[in-house]
Design a protein around this ligand. Structure first.
Ligand SMILES: Nc1ncnc2c1ncn2[C@@H]1O[C@H](COP(=O)(O)OP(=O)(O)O)[C@@H](O)[C@H]1O
Ligand SMILES: [Mg+2]
Length: 627
């Protein structure tokens, strides 16, 4: 477990590097042993591809079969042409029906092979899209179930990229591996076989020159790779710059930084252009001309060798057809070779991307809870059982760095508890543990007398309501924001809104509950957003309502509204409120003061104020001074 964790961390770090530049990653891979990691990614990618394609497996086999037939037909064409030349044109045996038949067959095989290929490309593309769709759904579903600890080390942009771009790479695997490489390989093999059958010496000459093609393509890739990598990096810089400036538009405009940002953007854009041009130059100067020249060299050598053999004797009539066939085949040899080599780097990228997706899918999901007693939380506990019972709770995010020390606390049903303390004293951590975002030591937290681990997922989430410091609002209507996909009845939503004192201002919006709130609720004031968040938590009718500094960023008037709402909820739900602003929890039944992960003081406001020089008293007086 421990080793696995460290490995995960290392992997994330390596991935951080991945965004910075391809070369760096290669460097890292070399450190770890490129061979094994490469084989490993290929294995993972293959496994994932197989899984994603499983429902369409028979389609896949048919596509491969038809591709093989298409390639075979393509190889047959020149053989028919040879026969036409050798048996009819040169000996002047003008047997029109037979000639028409041969000619027709040449045209027919050509058309059929093109048509078959086209159909298979369409079929494979469709298949690829469906696999991408399936895979993407699976990855997103998996991300939704990952434990919170995962998101501490995850980088949002990378995760987004896993779900969107990297899943798309699976498509590349289909098109590149199955279509291009497979097709090219079959054509290549068929062509070489046909050439060997016609004249093995000529075939050897062609095959001997084949490595030159590989060399040229390899050289091209070596030369263009830096430009390609740089261009890709710059493109992600462009994305990042746009995203950053949109995210911080208000700050940007307030500082009148438009011109500077535009300038920075145009510089990056220009750089990207330069790199792209460099890449295209490498293609235009090296790849095509060199390959065309090789084509010419091959043709010349074949003709020359042919002439050599005709030496002394009269050129065999039957051999003109062979020459024709060879000339046709040479083009068919070079193209697939180029395709295979060119696709190889694409393929590598796809494999790496797919392997990244596989790694994400291997991340362990959040632990399953309450296998034994799924409804434990709903059972009516014996009277007097505390709603929350924390017993000698120790917790550390990182080994040997305890954040909570031997915490014990009982919160009775329906009580209102406030938690205060300096920043970093462990308040949010305590809430995270109560919310099961992180696993607390077994048996250290009980809810209604049931260990937290034994409560089923749905029952647990239904009994907990959270109002975070930053109300997370969707770009949706007020109703949808309160409902949060739970399909709650209208009355329940309205009741929750009233309880949160949000009803009145929602009704004052032009479309009432149907008013769209804009991205992140940009239409509302921060206080109003927080009231919506409280309504959302209440709409689930939780047994325990938790607030994490829910009032620290809102105005005093709204804070009083929140205070009043909390007051009205007293006795109905158990409330645990972390408050930076002590006025929010002044009236709480009990205030727990945390200090460096330990409970330092606890009691009512008045009781705590009586402790001379106590932490709470100091905090309170400090805030009075500041106000
Ligand atoms: N996800 C995390 N991973 C590692 N350490 C964390 C994490 N969250 C908080 N901590 C550490 O735990 C301590 C308590 O943090 P927190 O509970 O957020 O404090 P508070 O909410 O009281 O300000 C801090 O030292 C903080 O650095
Ligand atoms: Mg906090």
């Amino acid at each position: 477990m421990q080793a696995e964790d460290t490995e995960n961390r290392a992997r994330t770090r390596a991935e951080k590097g991945a965004e910075k530049g391809v070369e760096k990653v290669e460097g890292k891979n070399v450190e770890k042993g490129a061979e094994s990691s490469h084989a490993e990614s290929a294995r993972r990618a293959y496994g994932l591809l197989k899984e994603a394609a499983a429902p369409d497996r028979h389609h896949l086999w048919w596509a491969v079969l038809w591709l093989a037939i298409a390639a075979g037909l393509e190889v047959v064409g020149p053989l028919l042409g040879k026969r036409l030349i050798d048996e009819h044109l040169l000996p002047r045996v003008l047997d029109w029906p037979a000639m028409a038949l041969l000619l027709g067959a040449v045209v027919a095989t050509g058309c059929a092979s093109t048509w078959l290929r086209y159909l298979q490309l369409v079929r494979l593309s469709g298949l690829a899209m469906r696999s991408v769709q399936r895979l993407r759904e699976r990855v997103y579903g998996h991300v939704l179930r990952l434990p919170m600890a995962f998101f501490d080390r995850a980088i949002t942009g990378q995760l987004v990229s896993r779900v969107t771009n990297d899943t798309e790479a699976v498509k590349g695997l289909y098109i590149q591996v199955l279509f291009v490489i497979l097709d090219s390989t079959i054509v290549l093999a068929g062509t070489i076989l046909a050439m060997a059958w016609l004249d093995w010496r000529l075939m050897s000459l062609v095959v001997a020159l084949m490595p030159c093609v590989l060399l040229i393509v390899w050289l091209y890739q070596r030369l263009s790779a830096p430009a390609v990598a740089k261009a890709r990096q710059l493109r992600s810089d462009i994305n990042a710059q746009v995203a950053e400036s949109i995210g911080g538009m208000s700050v940007l405009q307030a500082n009148n930084a438009q011109a500077r940002f535009a300038e920075r953007f145009s510089r990056t854009n220009e750089d990207q252009y330069t790199q792209r041009v460099a890449e295209i130059r490498a293609n235009a100067w090296l790849l095509r001309p060199a390959l065309d020249m090789l084509n010419v060299v091959l043709l010349a050598s074949v003709i020359w060798l042919f002439g050599q053999r005709a030496d002394g004797t009269v050129l065999g009539v039957a051999e003109v057809g062979v020459l024709y066939a060879f000339i046709s085949y040479i083009a068919r040899v070079i193209e697939p070779l180029i395709q295979i080599t060119m696709q190889f780097s694409q393929l590598q990228q796809s494999v790496v991307a797919t392997a990244r997706v596989a790694t994400l899918l291997d991340e362990a999901g959040a632990p399953e809870h309450g296998k034994g007693a799924p409804d434990a939380a709903n059972e009516t506990a014996a009277p007097g059982t505390p709603a929350i019972d924390i017993r000698h709770l120790d917790f550390a995010y990182v080994d040997n760095q305890k954040v909570l020390h031997d915490l014990s606390l009982q919160i009775p049903q329906g009580a209102f508890y406030g938690i205060v303390g300096h920043t970093g004293s462990g308040k949010s951590t305590l809430l995270s543990l109560l919310l099961r975002y992180y696993p607390a030591p077994r048996g250290s937290i009980l809810m209604n007398g049931v260990p937290l681990d034994d409560i089923g997922h749905d029952a647990f989430r239904a009994s907990m309501g959270l109002v975070p410091q930053d109300p997370f609002l969707l770009a949706a209507s007020a109703r949808d924001n309160i409902d949060m996909g739970r399909n709650l009845p209208v009355e329940r939503i309205e009741r929750a809104a009233r309880a949160a004192h949000a009803h009145d201002f929602i009704m004052a919006l032009e479309d009432g509950y149907d008013t769209l709130l804009g991205e992140g609720g940009s239409r509302l004031s921060s206080g109003q957003k927080q009231l919506i968040a409280i309504a959302r938590a209440l709409a689930g009718e939780p047994r325990v309502l938790m607030l994490d500094e829910a009032t620290s960023r809102i105005d005093s008037a709204t804070e009083q509204v929140v205070q009043q709402a909390l007051d009205e909820l007293r006795g109905q739900v158990t409330i645990i409120a972390i408050a930076h602003r002590l006025s929010t929890i002044r009236d709480a039944d009990r205030i727990v003061v945390l200090n460096h992960g330990r409970i330092e003081e606890s009691g009512s406001h008045d009781a705590l104020m009586r402790i001379e020089g106590g932490l709470y008293q100091r905090l309170y007086l400090l805030q009075q001074l500041a106000a």
